[in-house]
Design a protein around this ligand. Structure first.
Ligand code: FES
Ligand SMILES: [Fe+2]
Length: 449
């Protein structure tokens, strides 16, 4: 049996713990997953003006993202082409030029090499500057979200998302005007493998019951609003987990659970109720009821969201370390006072020292800590909740679906991990058949993925 077959047995709900610790597998992930997936770079609202830039990572590669004078967004390796040192050391800003700190080569915001010290006398005027511009990265966008991909053979971003875009719209395009990223970036280093941080949000609603039980009690004291993950609540039929191409979506459809832990949910409910007709007009039923509901999910491999709580990317930093970069995301139409409240709430709950985040960090770091030896790596972890109960042909919801408390999306995530790790090229990585076109219009010949 191929080693990768043994490491992930999605049809049995088993994943060998070695994949969270092995340095050789980590190296293979950088080459086979991060070097050819669409990876989140920035949202439109983070780069409003020409020359606005931010620095980020794709896998462990440093990347510079810049708004161009024509309004497009370009991305480059954030590496000076002369000898390869980091070019831009700032996290964000606005610039017309980027000058390397080592020998002073200077690049324009379009990536062109525009100035070289001693070009005339030391280089005898013979340097072909046109061939030494910054290394450009393929960029595509969906609903204001920009993604980069190093692989020229990768399918379009639209194909990479597939029918998952149908869900994504409820978070990033709930009504005309869309969303904005607020409050700067919160950054945090975690001593755990990147997949442990990813699976905590792309699928793990189950942990809320135990890990956050006390935090939930404190925040919801005296109120009877449900967040939809309470033990014993009737979940079947009212909740959903859906997996498409490794992406994950776990949600309720009550339109209000997202606000249940807020200090004062009333103004939020008022806004959501007043906006509901616009959500319905824009998204249609039943999708419009995701807005305001408790949701956790994300895009394979590392772009994650819990609307109302956190939006984040997970940057891998070795087999047992990662960085979380987190933002607050709100509807643009939200009143200013509520936008400020959301930034504060996010910092309190799932920010760097938020009460929910610290619950999670302990558990996530302890998973990597328990893998420092050799014995534990040989055992499988259990991802079989709901196995065999998924539906592939739900008339309403695309993807493979189950009730919300389920390991359905874990299995989708790790099956995708295995498909990427096995494949020599993108030609060998399958894409789920689609029921919707790129703009979420149903296809006439519906096929179920
Ligand atoms: S390494 Fe950048 S100018 Fe030399
Ligand atoms: Fe959590």
């Amino acid at each position: 049996m191929d080693k990768l077959d043994d490491l992930v047995r999605a049809d049995e709900g088993l994943v060998r713990r070695e994949i969270f610790a092995d340095p050789a597998l980590y190296r293979q992930e950088l080459e086979r997953i991060f070097d050819r997936s669409w990876l989140f770079l920035a949202h439109d609202t983070q780069l409003p003006n020409p020359g606005d830039f931010l620095t980020t990572f794709m896998g462990e590669d440093p990347v510079l993202v810049i708004r161009q004078v024509d309004g497009s967004v370009a991305a480059f390796l954030n590496v000076c082409t002369h000898r390869g040192t980091l070019l831009c050391l700032a996290e964000e800003g606005n610039a017309k030029h980027f000058t390397c700190t080592y020998h002073g080569w200077t690049f324009g915001a379009d990536g062109a090499l525009v100035d070289v010290p001693r070009e005339g006398d030391a280089y005898y005027g013979e340097l072909d500057k046109a061939s030494w511009g910054l290394k450009s990265i393929r960029v595509e966008s969906y609903k204001g979200l920009y993604f980069g991909n190093f692989d020229p053979a990768a399918p379009t971003l639209s194909d990479f998302l597939g029918d998952f875009a149908w869900y994504l719209d409820a978070v990033f395009d709930p009504q005309p005007g869309g969303v904005e990223f607020l409050g700067g970036t919160m950054r945090m280093t975690l001593r755990c493998n990147w997949k442990i941080a990813a699976e905590n949000i792309i699928s793990d609603t189950y942990h809320v019951l135990a890990a956050h039980g006390l935090s939930v009690q404190i925040c919801s004291a005296g109120r009877d609003m449900q967040i939809g993950v309470e033990e014993g609540s009737d979940l079947q039929g009212q909740t959903l987990s859906a997996t498409v191409n490794g992406h994950g979506w776990n949600a309720n459809l009550d339109g209000q659970g997202q606000y249940s832990l807020f200090y004062d949910p009333e103004p939020w409910l008022k806004f959501a109720n007043a906006s509901r007709p616009r959500y319905i007009e824009h998204l249609g039923e039943p999708r419009a009821w995701f807005v305001g509901s408790s949701i956790d999910g994300g895009l394979f491999p590392t772009f994650m969201f819990v609307p109302g709580f956190t939006f984040r990317i997970i940057h891998p930093k070795g087999p047992d370390e990662c960085e979380l970069w987190m933002w607050t995301v709100v509807e643009k139409n939200l009143p200013d006072e509520l936008k400020r409240e959301m930034v504060r709430f996010n910092a309190r709950m799932l920010g760097t020292s938020g009460m929910f985040e610290t619950d999670d960090c302990n558990n996530m770091e302890n998973m990597s800590k328990a893998l420092r030896g050799v014995a534990n790596r040989k055992f499988d972890s259990h991802y079989a909740m709901g196995l065999g109960h998924e539906r592939h042909d739900d008339p309403t919801f695309p993807g493979r679906v189950d009730q919300r408390i389920s390991d359905n999306c874990f299995r989708g995530f790790y099956q995708r991990w295995q498909e990427f790790m096995r494949a020599e090229s993108w030609a060998q990585i399958p894409l789920a058949p689609r029921r919707f076109t790129g703009d979420n219009t149903p296809l006439r010949e519906a096929s179920h993925g």
